[in-house]
Design a protein around this ligand. Structure first.
Ligand code: AMP
Ligand code: MG
Length: 411
């Protein structure tokens, strides 16, 4: 049974993170691997580049031949062949000989350097070299980037565009990554109608399923939205049972102390091992978290802002851990910024105030938005930060340094 004491955000995050783990691995096409985390160590089966090749358009030579070359006394070499990129040269380079070569083409045997075409003058079957080259100049050596068998990507690395390019150069069309969790999203409430239903008197539109599905995708999960459940025990029970097909279950609404808040009762009847009920934060105090038939269950608050902020602080961290990201990337990045407006807070909970954060001349500046109500979803639109105001602090003046969680990038 969870404690009756209201837990701090950090205590609650620890409980959540201690309860979840990586789900295993799956193979995905490289084209779908962006943002995924590697579940294997990767080394190429061949050297990269696979052959010595030219880094310029020019002439492959024996470097010593060019030692005395200058514009007034050029060295004259006989051209054996032309080597375009992708073609294997036929002739070896001997003293007094050269082959015309293109960028990326294979360096012919016997050559030790390439003279840039800019330093040459062609004369039919000969070329005048106007400048000496050192041995190795303008040559990219086989294996100089990565050698056969050299592990350059390890289990746990996140795949960005650079890693994906590297894996493509290894001909890895499929790759083992940590499995993406499926995440059921269940909105509850008699007053909630869906996006395409009539908004009759007394009803509000289900925004939570949509904001949550977007947050789940951003966090690396696969959202599966279920139909809205009415506020009856039976309907919530059967909806939560269907939600158990997924790896992680999110519900919204019905976790407060209202007469129709059945979510907590239903999950306990279904045998959930409850780990927390309430967290010392605003917005988002009611938060049910537990393990339901071995799966993490988050009963998020119904208020649209509370729902999103609770997701960002707890469920997102869990999904980042489950998807294999390193611990340093489980939580939203925390920065220090100068606040550009006065603000008031107070009460017995830590506040997370929605704010615009900008980065100017190496410094962060945050300005909070005016409508901070837990139902005011406009405060989550266009904002990228959550300014943290600790319990007991009732006001902060402009110019003060504050801690800010970044919900989105500032660039
Ligand atoms: P509850 O936690 O069920 O008492 O809901 C708290 C508040 O959030 C109420 O004002 C609800 O109308 C609102 N709410 C609940 N579910 C949703 C939803 N899916 N989308 C938008 N608002 C919701
Ligand atoms: Mg409700």
């Amino acid at each position: 049974m969870p404690t009756d004491r209201m837990l701090t955000v950090e205590e609650a995050q620890q409980i959540v993170l201690d309860s979840v783990q990586i789900l295993g691995e799956e193979r995905v096409p490289l084209s779908q691997a962006l943002g995924r985390v590697l579940a294997e160590d990767v080394a190429p089966k061949y050297d990269i580049p696979p052959h010595n090749n030219s880094s310029v358009d020019g002439y492959a030579v024996q470097a010593e031949d060019t030692n005395d070359a200058s514009p007034v006394s050029p060295c004259r070499l006989e051209i054996l062949e032309e080597i375009p990129a992708g073609v294997v040269p036929v002739h070896r380079i001997a003293p007094g000989k050269t082959s015309r070569i293109m960028t990326g083409a294979v360096i012919p045997g016997g050559a030790s350097a390439v003279v840039m075409v800019e330093n040459t003058v062609m004369e039919g079957k000969h070329v005048q070299i106007l400048k000496p080259v050192r041995s190795g100049q303008n040559v990219r050596y086989r294996g100089e980037d990565v050698k056969t068998g050299q592990t350059v990507l390890s289990t746990g690395s996140e795949l960005g565009p650079g890693e994906i390019g590297l894996l493509a150069s290894f001909q890895r069309s499929f790759i083992a990554v940590m499995r993406q969790p499926t995440v059921s999203i269940l909105s509850t409430g008699d007053e909630v109608v869906d996006i395409d239903q009539a908004l009759t008197p007394g009803k509000i539109v289900n925004s939570n399923s949509y904001s949550l599905a977007a947050l789940v995708k951003e966090a690396g999960g696969r959202p599966v939205s279920l139909n809205i459940a009415r506020d009856t025990e039976e309907e919530i029970r059967s909806a939560i049972q269907s939600a158990l097909h997924a790896d992680v279950i999110l519900t919204t609404g019905g976790v407060s102390v209202g007469d129709y808040d059945y979510v907590k009762k239903v999950i306990q009847d279904l045998g959930a091992e409850m780990k927390l009920w309430r967290v010392q934060m605003k917005p988002g105090k009611p938060l049910a978290f537990g393990m339901l038939q071995g799966k993490p269950f988050f009963g998020l608050p119904g208020n649209p802002v509370s729902c999103m902020v609770s997701f960002l602080l707890f469920a997102r961290a869990a999904l980042r851990k489950i998807t294999g990201h390193p611990q340093s990337q489980w939580h939203l990045p925390l920065i220090t910024a100068t606040i550009t407006n006065d603000l008031t807070a107070g009460g017995d909970r830590r506040h997370y105030l929605r704010a615009h954060v900008v980065y100017e001349d190496g410094l962060f500046f945050a300005s909070t938005v005016s409508g901070q109500g837990s139902g005011m979803l406009s405060s989550m639109s266009g904002t990228n930060g959550l300014v943290i105001v600790e319990t007991g602090i009732s006001s902060i003046v402009e110019g003060t340094q504050v801690s800010v969680l970044l919900m989105r990038s500032v660039w």
